[in-house]
Ligand binder design. Structure first.
Ligand code: C2G
Length: 129
């Protein structure tokens, strides 16, 4: 069984997230999502609209997602990859190169971001309405 992992905040879930999760799952048989906790988000200088619990509930309802684990810091990825026997680590290419150190333990793939949508765009446009 080929296992894939990806990480993110996944706030105000949109089709760019879905495209990422769909492509990540298509690379293997089992997809784990490391979901940023509210505390870690503040370290990423992000404030999610939905709480961790609610973002987790939403992700767990997506057909491409098999398991959701908390992302509590920047340093946990190598341990997550090894403990979960991950074959492929996937991120959108806005992170290109940032996680190449994981190549000693798994394949690292950066996928093109979906153009034209982002959580920030949604927030801005809804506010301006
Ligand atoms: N994404 C995408 N296309 C978009 C928006 C997002 O492909 N239009 C991808 C991002 O590249 C990322 C994933 O969807 O791979 C989740 O996006 P965010 O929730 O914004 O994730 P981020 O805050 O970048 O957190 O340790 C890694 C971080 O937790 C990543």
């Amino acid at each position: 069984m080929k296992k894939v992992i990806t990480y993110g905040t996944f706030d105000l879930l949109h089709w760019g997230h879905i495209e990422l999760l769909k492509r990540a799952k298509s690379l293997g048989d089992y997809l784990i999502v490391g979901l940023s906790t509210d505390e870690f988000n503040s370290r990423k200088h992000k404030e999610a609209y939905h709480s961790f619990e609610n973002r987790k509930k939403i992700l767990e309802a997506i057909r491409y997602v098999d398991q959701v684990i908390p992302e509590i810091n920047w340093e946990q990825k190598l341990k997550d990859v090894e403990e979960n026997n991950i074959d492929i680590f996937v991120m959108g290419d806005d992170w290109e190169g940032e996680f190449d150190y994981l190549e000693r333990s798994c394949e690292v793939i950066y996928l093109p971001r979906t153009v034209g949508i982002s959580t920030t765009k949604i927030k801005t446009e809804v506010k301006d309405q």
